[in-house]
Design a protein around this ligand. Structure first.
Ligand code: IPM
Ligand code: MG
Length: 354
Protein backbone atom coordinates (compact mmCIF):
# COMPACT_ATOMS: atom_id res chain seq x y z
CA UNK A 1 0.00 0.00 0.00
CA UNK A 2 1.93 3.02 -1.26
CA UNK A 3 0.43 6.15 0.22
CA UNK A 4 1.38 9.74 -0.59
CA UNK A 5 0.83 12.06 2.34
CA UNK A 6 0.20 15.71 1.51
CA UNK A 7 -0.50 17.68 4.70
CA UNK A 8 -0.97 21.04 2.96
CA UNK A 9 -1.80 24.21 4.89
CA UNK A 10 -3.47 25.54 8.02
CA UNK A 11 -4.65 22.72 10.24
CA UNK A 12 -3.63 20.23 7.50
CA UNK A 13 -0.34 19.16 9.11
CA UNK A 14 -1.94 18.66 12.58
CA UNK A 15 -4.83 16.55 11.42
CA UNK A 16 -2.76 14.53 8.97
CA UNK A 17 -0.27 13.74 11.76
CA UNK A 18 -3.11 12.06 13.67
CA UNK A 19 -4.18 10.06 10.63
CA UNK A 20 -0.54 9.01 10.11
CA UNK A 21 -0.54 7.60 13.66
CA UNK A 22 -3.50 5.44 12.65
CA UNK A 23 -1.66 4.23 9.55
CA UNK A 24 1.33 3.38 11.77
CA UNK A 25 -0.86 1.14 13.91
CA UNK A 26 -2.18 -0.67 10.83
CA UNK A 27 1.39 -1.15 9.64
CA UNK A 28 2.49 -2.45 13.05
CA UNK A 29 -0.35 -4.94 12.83
CA UNK A 30 0.78 -6.32 9.50
CA UNK A 31 -0.47 -4.19 6.62
CA UNK A 32 2.34 -3.42 4.15
CA UNK A 33 2.03 0.34 4.28
CA UNK A 34 4.61 2.74 2.83
CA UNK A 35 4.19 6.47 3.35
CA UNK A 36 5.92 9.28 1.53
CA UNK A 37 5.39 12.99 2.17
CA UNK A 38 4.95 15.81 -0.33
CA UNK A 39 3.84 19.43 -0.58
CA UNK A 40 0.61 20.80 -1.96
CA UNK A 41 -1.29 24.09 -1.86
CA UNK A 42 0.38 27.00 -0.12
CA UNK A 43 3.01 24.59 1.21
CA UNK A 44 3.80 23.65 -2.40
CA UNK A 45 4.03 27.30 -3.35
CA UNK A 46 6.38 28.00 -0.43
CA UNK A 47 8.58 24.98 -1.14
CA UNK A 48 8.63 24.99 -4.94
CA UNK A 49 6.81 28.07 -6.20
CA UNK A 50 3.84 25.98 -7.37
CA UNK A 51 0.71 24.79 -5.51
CA UNK A 52 1.05 21.41 -7.25
CA UNK A 53 4.81 20.91 -7.74
CA UNK A 54 6.14 18.41 -10.30
CA UNK A 55 7.62 16.22 -7.53
CA UNK A 56 4.23 16.04 -5.83
CA UNK A 57 2.53 15.12 -9.07
CA UNK A 58 5.05 12.36 -9.65
CA UNK A 59 4.67 11.07 -6.10
CA UNK A 60 0.88 11.06 -6.41
CA UNK A 61 1.04 9.20 -9.72
CA UNK A 62 3.29 6.44 -8.39
CA UNK A 63 1.28 5.88 -5.20
CA UNK A 64 -1.93 3.83 -4.88
CA UNK A 65 -3.60 6.42 -2.69
CA UNK A 66 -3.13 9.99 -1.52
CA UNK A 67 -3.99 11.33 1.91
CA UNK A 68 -4.45 15.08 1.87
CA UNK A 69 -5.01 17.52 4.76
CA UNK A 70 -6.32 20.82 3.46
CA UNK A 71 -5.13 23.77 1.40
CA UNK A 72 -5.41 27.55 1.68
CA UNK A 73 -4.34 30.41 3.90
CA UNK A 74 -4.73 34.17 4.19
CA UNK A 75 -1.13 34.79 3.14
CA UNK A 76 -1.89 33.33 -0.31
CA UNK A 77 -5.14 35.20 -0.93
CA UNK A 78 -3.57 37.85 -3.14
CA UNK A 79 -1.50 35.57 -5.36
CA UNK A 80 -2.48 35.34 -9.03
CA UNK A 81 -5.04 32.55 -9.55
CA UNK A 82 -2.67 29.87 -10.96
CA UNK A 83 -0.53 30.15 -7.82
CA UNK A 84 -3.43 29.99 -5.35
CA UNK A 85 -3.48 26.94 -3.05
CA UNK A 86 -6.93 25.80 -4.32
CA UNK A 87 -5.38 25.29 -7.75
CA UNK A 88 -3.21 22.55 -6.25
CA UNK A 89 -6.32 20.70 -5.20
CA UNK A 90 -8.12 21.20 -8.52
CA UNK A 91 -5.04 20.11 -10.49
CA UNK A 92 -4.45 16.94 -8.49
CA UNK A 93 -8.14 15.97 -8.90
CA UNK A 94 -8.13 16.68 -12.62
CA UNK A 95 -4.61 15.40 -13.27
CA UNK A 96 -5.26 12.03 -11.66
CA UNK A 97 -8.73 11.69 -13.20
CA UNK A 98 -10.45 11.53 -9.81
CA UNK A 99 -13.96 12.09 -11.11
CA UNK A 100 -16.01 10.34 -8.42
CA UNK A 101 -16.13 12.19 -5.12
CA UNK A 102 -17.86 10.30 -2.31
CA UNK A 103 -18.94 12.44 0.62
CA UNK A 104 -20.87 10.47 3.22
CA UNK A 105 -22.92 12.38 5.77
CA UNK A 106 -23.43 10.08 8.69
CA UNK A 107 -24.87 11.03 12.06
CA UNK A 108 -23.21 9.23 14.95
CA UNK A 109 -25.67 8.54 17.77
CA UNK A 110 -23.25 10.24 20.20
CA UNK A 111 -23.40 13.48 18.20
CA UNK A 112 -27.13 13.74 17.55
CA UNK A 113 -27.29 16.77 19.83
CA UNK A 114 -24.42 18.57 18.08
CA UNK A 115 -26.52 19.05 14.96
CA UNK A 116 -28.28 22.37 14.54
CA UNK A 117 -31.36 20.41 13.45
CA UNK A 118 -33.79 18.65 15.77
CA UNK A 119 -32.52 15.24 16.89
CA UNK A 120 -35.53 13.40 15.42
CA UNK A 121 -34.75 14.83 11.97
CA UNK A 122 -31.15 13.66 11.89
CA UNK A 123 -30.92 10.67 14.20
CA UNK A 124 -29.86 7.63 12.17
CA UNK A 125 -29.11 9.75 9.09
CA UNK A 126 -26.83 8.11 6.55
CA UNK A 127 -26.52 9.86 3.18
CA UNK A 128 -23.91 9.38 0.48
CA UNK A 129 -23.32 12.37 -1.73
CA UNK A 130 -21.62 11.48 -4.98
CA UNK A 131 -20.21 14.63 -6.54
CA UNK A 132 -18.70 14.63 -10.02
CA UNK A 133 -15.31 16.21 -9.49
CA UNK A 134 -13.43 16.88 -12.72
CA UNK A 135 -15.96 18.62 -14.97
CA UNK A 136 -18.67 21.29 -14.85
CA UNK A 137 -18.17 25.02 -14.45
CA UNK A 138 -15.08 24.32 -12.32
CA UNK A 139 -13.06 23.38 -15.38
CA UNK A 140 -15.07 24.62 -18.36
CA UNK A 141 -13.43 26.87 -20.93
CA UNK A 142 -13.65 29.67 -21.88
CA UNK A 143 -13.57 31.60 -18.66
CA UNK A 144 -12.18 34.92 -17.64
CA UNK A 145 -12.88 38.58 -17.14
CA UNK A 146 -13.16 40.63 -20.32
CA UNK A 147 -13.83 44.26 -21.09
CA UNK A 148 -17.00 44.93 -23.07
CA UNK A 149 -17.31 47.55 -25.79
CA UNK A 150 -18.87 49.99 -23.35
CA UNK A 151 -15.78 49.68 -21.18
CA UNK A 152 -17.52 47.67 -18.47
CA UNK A 153 -15.85 44.43 -17.34
CA UNK A 154 -17.67 41.12 -17.48
CA UNK A 155 -16.79 37.89 -15.71
CA UNK A 156 -17.71 34.59 -17.37
CA UNK A 157 -17.35 30.85 -16.81
CA UNK A 158 -18.58 27.93 -18.86
CA UNK A 159 -20.64 25.05 -17.52
CA UNK A 160 -20.49 21.87 -19.54
CA UNK A 161 -20.77 18.12 -19.17
CA UNK A 162 -20.13 15.61 -21.90
CA UNK A 163 -22.19 12.44 -22.18
CA UNK A 164 -19.27 10.23 -21.21
CA UNK A 165 -18.52 12.31 -18.11
CA UNK A 166 -22.13 12.00 -16.97
CA UNK A 167 -22.34 8.32 -17.82
CA UNK A 168 -19.24 7.23 -15.89
CA UNK A 169 -20.19 9.03 -12.69
CA UNK A 170 -23.78 7.81 -13.01
CA UNK A 171 -22.51 4.23 -13.06
CA UNK A 172 -20.61 4.87 -9.82
CA UNK A 173 -23.82 6.31 -8.35
CA UNK A 174 -25.97 3.33 -9.29
CA UNK A 175 -23.33 0.90 -8.05
CA UNK A 176 -23.17 2.65 -4.66
CA UNK A 177 -26.96 2.62 -4.51
CA UNK A 178 -26.94 -1.13 -5.16
CA UNK A 179 -24.72 -1.60 -2.09
CA UNK A 180 -26.97 0.59 0.05
CA UNK A 181 -30.76 0.96 0.08
CA UNK A 182 -31.12 1.05 -3.74
CA UNK A 183 -32.34 4.62 -3.93
CA UNK A 184 -30.62 7.23 -6.06
CA UNK A 185 -31.62 10.87 -6.31
CA UNK A 186 -30.01 12.79 -9.16
CA UNK A 187 -29.83 16.52 -8.50
CA UNK A 188 -29.72 19.06 -11.32
CA UNK A 189 -31.24 22.31 -12.57
CA UNK A 190 -32.88 20.90 -15.68
CA UNK A 191 -35.65 23.51 -15.58
CA UNK A 192 -33.08 26.18 -16.49
CA UNK A 193 -29.78 24.70 -17.69
CA UNK A 194 -29.15 22.78 -20.90
CA UNK A 195 -26.20 21.03 -19.24
CA UNK A 196 -28.67 19.70 -16.68
CA UNK A 197 -31.13 18.57 -19.36
CA UNK A 198 -28.45 16.36 -20.84
CA UNK A 199 -27.42 15.23 -17.34
CA UNK A 200 -30.98 14.09 -16.61
CA UNK A 201 -31.34 12.33 -19.95
CA UNK A 202 -28.09 10.36 -19.57
CA UNK A 203 -28.71 9.43 -15.93
CA UNK A 204 -32.15 8.15 -16.92
CA UNK A 205 -30.57 6.11 -19.70
CA UNK A 206 -27.93 4.58 -17.40
CA UNK A 207 -30.73 3.68 -14.94
CA UNK A 208 -31.99 1.06 -17.41
CA UNK A 209 -28.97 -1.07 -16.52
CA UNK A 210 -29.90 -0.97 -12.82
CA UNK A 211 -33.54 -1.92 -12.72
CA UNK A 212 -33.44 -2.60 -8.98
CA UNK A 213 -32.48 0.98 -8.17
CA UNK A 214 -35.25 3.49 -7.67
CA UNK A 215 -34.16 6.67 -9.46
CA UNK A 216 -35.60 10.09 -8.73
CA UNK A 217 -34.65 13.55 -10.01
CA UNK A 218 -34.71 16.73 -8.01
CA UNK A 219 -33.90 20.36 -8.79
CA UNK A 220 -30.97 21.63 -6.78
CA UNK A 221 -32.88 24.43 -5.05
CA UNK A 222 -35.48 21.94 -3.84
CA UNK A 223 -32.73 19.50 -2.80
CA UNK A 224 -31.12 22.23 -0.69
CA UNK A 225 -34.45 22.75 1.01
CA UNK A 226 -35.27 19.05 1.43
CA UNK A 227 -31.86 18.44 3.03
CA UNK A 228 -32.82 20.60 5.99
CA UNK A 229 -36.54 19.77 5.94
CA UNK A 230 -36.44 15.96 5.82
CA UNK A 231 -32.91 14.73 5.18
CA UNK A 232 -33.68 11.09 5.87
CA UNK A 233 -35.61 10.83 2.57
CA UNK A 234 -32.21 10.63 0.81
CA UNK A 235 -29.84 7.73 0.39
CA UNK A 236 -27.41 8.31 -2.50
CA UNK A 237 -27.42 11.79 -4.04
CA UNK A 238 -25.75 12.04 -7.45
CA UNK A 239 -24.86 15.49 -8.69
CA UNK A 240 -22.41 17.66 -10.61
CA UNK A 241 -19.31 19.41 -9.37
CA UNK A 242 -20.69 22.77 -8.29
CA UNK A 243 -24.03 21.61 -6.90
CA UNK A 244 -22.16 18.85 -5.05
CA UNK A 245 -19.74 21.36 -3.55
CA UNK A 246 -22.61 23.33 -2.07
CA UNK A 247 -24.90 20.47 -1.03
CA UNK A 248 -22.09 18.54 0.65
CA UNK A 249 -21.25 21.49 2.91
CA UNK A 250 -24.93 21.81 3.73
CA UNK A 251 -25.25 18.08 4.47
CA UNK A 252 -22.20 18.21 6.72
CA UNK A 253 -24.03 20.41 9.19
CA UNK A 254 -26.73 17.79 9.57
CA UNK A 255 -24.12 15.62 11.21
CA UNK A 256 -23.06 18.17 13.80
CA UNK A 257 -19.75 19.30 12.39
CA UNK A 258 -17.95 19.39 9.09
CA UNK A 259 -15.01 18.25 11.23
CA UNK A 260 -16.46 14.74 11.15
CA UNK A 261 -16.81 14.28 7.40
CA UNK A 262 -14.32 12.28 5.34
CA UNK A 263 -14.22 12.04 1.56
CA UNK A 264 -12.87 9.85 -1.20
CA UNK A 265 -12.15 10.93 -4.76
CA UNK A 266 -11.73 7.95 -7.06
CA UNK A 267 -10.59 7.28 -10.60
CA UNK A 268 -11.80 4.43 -12.85
CA UNK A 269 -9.54 1.95 -11.04
CA UNK A 270 -10.31 3.00 -7.47
CA UNK A 271 -7.05 4.79 -7.06
CA UNK A 272 -8.00 7.55 -4.72
CA UNK A 273 -7.39 10.83 -3.01
CA UNK A 274 -8.69 10.94 0.56
CA UNK A 275 -9.28 14.18 2.38
CA UNK A 276 -11.58 15.65 5.00
CA UNK A 277 -14.46 17.68 3.52
CA UNK A 278 -13.50 20.71 5.57
CA UNK A 279 -10.92 23.35 4.73
CA UNK A 280 -7.63 24.51 6.20
CA UNK A 281 -9.22 26.64 8.97
CA UNK A 282 -6.28 29.09 9.22
CA UNK A 283 -7.94 30.82 12.17
CA UNK A 284 -7.33 27.81 14.43
CA UNK A 285 -4.16 26.43 12.81
CA UNK A 286 -1.32 25.48 15.13
CA UNK A 287 -3.47 25.64 18.26
CA UNK A 288 -4.05 21.90 18.65
CA UNK A 289 -7.82 22.36 18.68
CA UNK A 290 -8.78 21.03 15.24
CA UNK A 291 -10.87 17.88 14.90
CA UNK A 292 -8.74 15.13 13.29
CA UNK A 293 -11.63 12.65 12.99
CA UNK A 294 -12.62 13.55 9.42
CA UNK A 295 -9.05 12.84 8.29
CA UNK A 296 -8.87 9.63 10.31
CA UNK A 297 -12.21 8.54 8.82
CA UNK A 298 -10.75 9.35 5.39
CA UNK A 299 -8.12 6.69 6.09
CA UNK A 300 -10.98 4.27 6.76
CA UNK A 301 -12.44 5.15 3.36
CA UNK A 302 -9.00 4.60 1.81
CA UNK A 303 -8.86 1.10 3.28
CA UNK A 304 -12.36 0.39 1.98
CA UNK A 305 -12.24 1.81 -1.53
CA UNK A 306 -8.62 1.67 -2.70
CA UNK A 307 -7.28 -1.27 -0.70
CA UNK A 308 -10.52 -3.29 -0.41
CA UNK A 309 -9.84 -3.91 3.25
CA UNK A 310 -13.25 -3.69 4.83
CA UNK A 311 -11.77 -5.10 8.05
CA UNK A 312 -9.28 -2.25 8.44
CA UNK A 313 -11.98 0.29 7.50
CA UNK A 314 -14.40 -0.98 10.11
CA UNK A 315 -11.67 -1.20 12.70
CA UNK A 316 -10.92 2.52 12.30
CA UNK A 317 -14.59 3.48 12.28
CA UNK A 318 -15.20 1.45 15.43
CA UNK A 319 -12.27 3.18 17.14
CA UNK A 320 -13.73 6.59 16.27
CA UNK A 321 -17.13 5.58 17.65
CA UNK A 322 -15.42 4.32 20.76
CA UNK A 323 -13.68 7.64 21.51
CA UNK A 324 -16.99 9.43 20.99
CA UNK A 325 -18.66 7.01 23.41
CA UNK A 326 -15.92 7.76 25.92
CA UNK A 327 -17.11 11.38 25.80
CA UNK A 328 -14.03 12.85 24.11
CA UNK A 329 -14.87 15.93 22.04
CA UNK A 330 -12.85 18.47 20.10
CA UNK A 331 -14.10 22.06 20.32
CA UNK A 332 -16.32 21.85 17.21
CA UNK A 333 -18.43 19.02 18.68
CA UNK A 334 -18.13 19.92 22.35
CA UNK A 335 -21.16 19.92 24.64
CA UNK A 336 -21.22 20.40 28.40
CA UNK A 337 -20.61 17.19 30.31
CA UNK A 338 -18.15 15.95 27.69
CA UNK A 339 -14.38 16.01 27.87
CA UNK A 340 -12.78 18.78 25.81
CA UNK A 341 -9.95 17.19 23.85
CA UNK A 342 -7.19 18.62 21.67
CA UNK A 343 -6.23 17.45 18.20
CA UNK A 344 -3.21 15.33 19.19
CA UNK A 345 -4.95 13.87 22.24
CA UNK A 346 -7.89 12.89 20.04
CA UNK A 347 -5.46 11.13 17.69
CA UNK A 348 -3.87 9.32 20.63
CA UNK A 349 -7.30 8.27 21.91
CA UNK A 350 -8.17 6.78 18.52
CA UNK A 351 -4.84 4.92 18.51
CA UNK A 352 -5.57 3.58 22.00
CA UNK A 353 -9.04 2.49 20.89
CA UNK A 354 -7.54 0.71 17.88
C1 IPM B 1 -14.18 21.29 -1.55
C2 IPM B 1 -13.61 22.69 -1.56
C3 IPM B 1 -12.89 22.93 -2.88
C4 IPM B 1 -13.92 22.80 -3.98
C5 IPM B 1 -12.14 24.26 -2.99
C6 IPM B 1 -11.16 24.44 -1.85
C7 IPM B 1 -11.45 24.40 -4.32
O1 IPM B 1 -14.60 23.63 -1.31
O2 IPM B 1 -13.40 20.34 -1.65
O3 IPM B 1 -15.40 21.17 -1.45
O4 IPM B 1 -14.64 23.77 -4.30
O5 IPM B 1 -14.04 21.72 -4.55
MG1 MG C 1 -16.49 22.78 -0.82
Amino acid sequence: MKIAILPGDGIGPEIVAQAAKVLEVLRRDGLKIEMEYGHIGGAGYDAAGDPFPKETEELARTCDAVLLGAVGGYQYDNLPRPMRPEQGLLRIRKGLGLFANLRPALVYPELVNSSTLKPELVSGLDIMILRELTGDIYFGQPRGIKTLENGERQGFDTMHYSESEIRRVAHVGFKSAMKRSKKLCSVDKANVLDTSMLWREIVTDVAREYSEVELSHMYVDNAAMQLVRAPKQFDVILTGNMFGDILSDEASMLTGSIGMLPSASLDENNKGLYEPCHGSAPDIAGQDVANPLATILSVAMMMRYTFSSETAAQRIEAAVRSVLRQGLRTADIFETGMQKTGCAAMGDAVVAAL
